[in-house]
Design a protein around this ligand. Structure first.
Ligand code: FAD
Length: 359
């Protein structure tokens, strides 16, 4: 076979979406790729509130109405994470999810995907909720998982460049003459010149990480059951370090405030302890109070190809390199996954790679 040079792909963004795209792309058997991840925040910047990925639960537990495309991504992701349980980075997580209705619970779309699914008997449902289901799902710990992804990618020859780019034009300069861009900038897509997507908005999430070795079960109460709007109650035990549990939380749309609100924190502790009294044990220790912004998008996540004419881009402060001036670049957008970036990550990454490989 004739020599085929590696195709250049620049992935903008090093959150769970950009990293998983890099992982799936570097596993491709169809072509060899020269992959660069260009990002302002890196996977080991675990204290940066400028990106969402360090702050997630992160478990797999579908929310919202039926949407076929999204569910395909969630199915792929569930199966991938389930297969990773033996690595110790993913944990099988017994779960109880409560609803303010009993309608359709026996027919939830994921009932045959998760393990041990059953509808709860009304006598098992605590006051404040109408119905509930139990099943076994998975959780990952971003503090372990993100650095692992980065290390894997480096071992595969993926390069990481720390840079905040202002425009697609500037990003394309990293990609060589026929390179492809992946836009996994999440909330950054609002102000990235050439994208400027005003449908992107934050959903503020405040949570508490505790060390509570006895807590082994995911429990979730729906929005609207707390007395303050935008508050929900959920408890997510994590794999390694064992005993770490995330207590949540808030879902405050269009709220960009990443500062801590201690009244909110007290409310979270009270609601979670009422739901799971063993949290009141003397052994429970607060490890951190966290605030993160979920990168949501009105109309749902954007995952599609756009051919962008860079010559039309208005980025006067930059001096675009000759590589990017006056050419059309293939951009695969992958952003706006809101509260579910982890649980969509492997499915979304497979779709992005299909779009990269499609001529
Ligand atoms: P991000 O992690 O925000 O990464 C964006 C990347 O783009 C960063 O590297 C950033 O620096 C870079 N970037 C942006 N603009 C530019 C620019 N101009 N130039 C260069 N780089 C740029 N999800 C789940 O699936 N399950 C959960 O249980 C869960 N729980 C959550 C709980 C909380 C409290 C929060 C806050 C989120 C939760 N999420 C959960 C959501 C999840 O965290 C996000 O959906 C996911 O992290 C989004 O990943 P991303 O890669 O799209 O974006």
């Amino acid at each position: 076979t004739p020599f085929q040079p590696a195709k250049e792909v620049v992935i903008l963004g090093a959150g769970v979406i950009g990293l998983t795209v890099a992982y799936v792309l570097s596993s491709s058997t169809r072509s060899k790729y020269n992959i660069k991840v260009v990002a302002r925040d890196m996977p080991d910047d675990l204290d940066s509130q400028a990106f969402a990925s360090p702050w997630a639960g992160a478990n797999w537990s579908p929310i919202g109405g039926f949407e076929e495309k999204k569910h395909k991504r969630e199915i792929v992701t569930f199966n991938k994470f389930w297969s990773m349980i033996p690595t110790g980075m993913v944990m099988a997580l017994p779960s109880c999810v409560y609803y303010q209705t009993t309608d359709n619970l026996p027919d939830l779309w994921y009932k045959d995907l998760v393990r041990d699914f059953r509808v709860m008997d009304p006598s098992e449902v605590p006051s404040g909720a109408q119905g509930g289901v139990c099943f076994t799902t998975i959780s990952v710990n971003p503090e372990v998982y993100l650095p692992w992804l980065k290390a894997e990618l480096r071992a595969r020859g993926v390069s990481f460049i720390r840079k905040r780019v202002q425009s697609l034009n500037e990003a394309a300069a990293f990609a060589g003459a026929n390179g492809i861009l992946v836009n996994a900038t999440a909330l950054g897509a609002r102000s990235l010149i050439g994208v400027e997507d005003t449908n992107v908005f934050p959903i503020r999430g405040q949570v508490i990480i505790v060390d509570a070795p006895g807590v082994k079960e995911f429990v979730s109460f729906p929005l609207g059951t707390a007395s303050v709007e935008g508050e929900a109650t959920y408890i997510i035990p994590r794999p390694a370090p064992l005993g770490h549990v995330l207590l949540g939380g808030t879902f405050q749309e269009d709220n960009w405030d990443v500062s801590l609100d201690m009244a909110t924190a007290r409310g979270i502790l009270e609601r979670c302890t009422a739901l799971m009294p063993q949290l009141a044990s003397k052994e429970t220790r607060i490890l951190s109070h966290n605030v993160g912004l979920r990168p949501a998008r009105r109309g749902g996540a954007r995952l599609e190809v756009e051919w962008v004419d860079l010559s039309e881009q208005y980025s006067p402060a930059l001096s675009p390199t000759s590589a990017s001036i006056g050419r059309r670049v293939k951009v695969v957008h992958a952003y706006g996954f809101g509260p579910a970036g982890y649980q969509n990550s492997w499915g979304a990454a497979e779709e992005v790679v299909e779009l990269i490989e499609k001529d």
